[in-house]
Design a protein around this ligand. Structure first.
Ligand code: F3S
Length: 394
């Protein structure tokens, strides 16, 4: 059966609602045809990637400016992934001025379309949290993983343009993870070791992502009491980075649990975790430690503040987070403690999408499997990987 449009959808496609909506509908219809969708499904929110000038460049900025000029407006609650810099601290962070100017133009174009300038990959930590079964169109890979896996909402891993098209039309083609029959795991992962820290869950995700590739893993053996949303977010982020995993299940932890009959099974012991941690770490002392990939929760910021209040780190460090979470950290006094210890709470951006390579850093420390995977290629950094009480004090 071919993709069928309702009368209202057909009107958008025919251009009755303006050029920007027509062009967006054309993108959605083309995608629907490629992936065999039979209909469109309404969405309740969209998350847009392609916000850093570093990743979209002049061509992307021109495209967005053009779309804004054509009168494009989003129809559903729509918010942004991290931008290339902190809007209020970019000078102190030594962000090049030209880059800063272009970054502000990108944000301005999105804002003209009615998009919230949240600039975070953890919208679900600042109240933008779809319910189980809701259809959305999110683009950033760690947010996609959390949304599907931990919240049980439904999104494909959108590209920047397709998420924006979905936001403008208020719908997306019903294929892939929007359909029950596709939300099935084909890889069972039996965790036979005790995972404690964010770096442990990063190592697990980094290892499993390489095996899973595009399959969806289902974890057994994880203890509910040793798992938190922070650990699940870094697990999903790491699997999305080393593999291309947009959905996982964890027995008795995630809201869904669907396994295919012929699923492959693997076992993870402490050895795999230790080996993965070693393989991610250069062993070098970092110039800068970056915490918060995906963006840190208020609990993570509190933990960092407690740690650095006891002992001052031996290097510069950032905690990357959403602006709304930073405001909470400011009010609770955590930002002050972190700054007193030589660190900075950075909002709106992250270690990967800001121009780290142009800011004089050579070795960056992280406890995130996703940052460890991306920093070498996207920021030309050597990586110091490990737990915070290690990398902050080398
Ligand atoms: Fe978020 Fe940047 Fe990591 S977008 S998931 S903090 S690479």
């Amino acid at each position: 059966m071919e993709l069928t449009l309702s009368k209202d959808e057909q009107r958008i496609f025919d251009g009755e609602l303006g050029q920007a909506a027509r062009e967006s509908m054309e993108i959605l219809v083309a995608l629907g045809k490629i992936y065999g969708a039979k209909k469109m499904v309404p969405i309740t929110s969209a998350q847009i990637s392609g916000v850093s000038f570093k990743t979209i460049g002049d061509a992307g900025l021109e495209y967005l400016g053009d779309l804004a000029k054509k009168g494009a407006k989003v129809k559903v609650q729509t918010f942004l992934n991290p931008a290339g810099m902190d809007r209020s601290q970019w000078k102190e962070m030594r962000i090049p001025e030209d880059f800063a100017k272009k970054s502000l133009l990108v944000l301005d174009a999105y804002s003209k379309m009615g998009i919230m300038e949240t600039c975070t990959c953890t919208p679900y930590l600042i109240g933008l949290r779809p319910k189980q079964g809701e259809h959305v169109a999110w683009a950033e890979s760690s947010a996609v993983s959390f949304c599907n896996s931990v919240l049980g909402a439904r999104t494909n891993r959108e590209g920047g343009p397709s998420a924006l098209a979905a936001a403008i039309c208020g719908m997306t083609p019903a294929y892939g993870l929007h359909l029950d029959e596709n939300r099935m795991a084909r890889l069972i992962v039996d965790v036979k070791c005790d995972l404690k820290t964010i770096a442990d869950f990063s190592a697990l995700g980094s290892f499993v992502g390489k095996i899973a590739k595009t399959n969806y893993p289902a974890f057994i053996g994880m203890k509910k009491e040793s798992v938190s949303e922070e650990k699940l977010k870094v697990l999903g982020a790491s699997m999305a980075a080393t593999g291309s995993v947009p959905l996982f299940f964890a027995k008795a932890i995630t809201p869904e649990w669907n396994i295919e009959d012929k699923a492959q099974e693997i076992t993870i012991t402490q050895k795999e975790i230790n080996d993965e941690k070693k393989s991610l770490d250069s062993g070098l002392k970092p110039d800068l430690v970056t915490i918060g990939c995906p963006h840190a929760s208020i609990n993570e910021i509190e933990e960092v503040a407690e740690l650095v209040a006891k002992k001052r780190p031996t290097c510069e460090f950032w905690v990357c987070t959403a602006r709304k979470t930073k405001e909470k950290a400011d009010a609770l006094g955590y930002t002050k403690i972190i700054e007193t210890a030589g660190g900075r709470v950075v909002a709106d951006t992250c270690m990967v999408v800001c121009p780290l390579e142009k800011m004089g850093y050579v070795t960056t420390g992280t406890n995130s499997g996703k940052a460890a995977a991306y920093l070498p290629n996207l920021c030309r950094q050597k990586v110091a990987f490990g737990d915070l009480d290690d990398i902050l004090y080398r």
